[in-house]
Design a protein around this ligand. Sequence first.
Ligand SMILES: [Zn+2]
Length: 81
Amino acid sequence: MRQVSCRNCGNRVLVEKYSEAHTSVQWLEESQVVCPELGRENGRANAQRTCGALRQTINDLADAGELEMSLRSYPVPGKLS
Ligand SMILES: [Zn+2]
């Protein structure tokens, strides 16, 4: 996991990249409080639970090769490694 801060609102998240298509984002704080872009979505369904600036920040890091692909496979419930 790598900690990334939204360059717009400073919201901190943990990002782990499993593949080109799958990037896992884990919120560290109450996102609707800390991210104004999410706050605006309040009251509406925001299925993505992300803000555009944060998404762009993550994309830029990925493009720059700063997000290493995780070597871990998906957690498999019930299986001990
Ligand atoms: Zn944000």
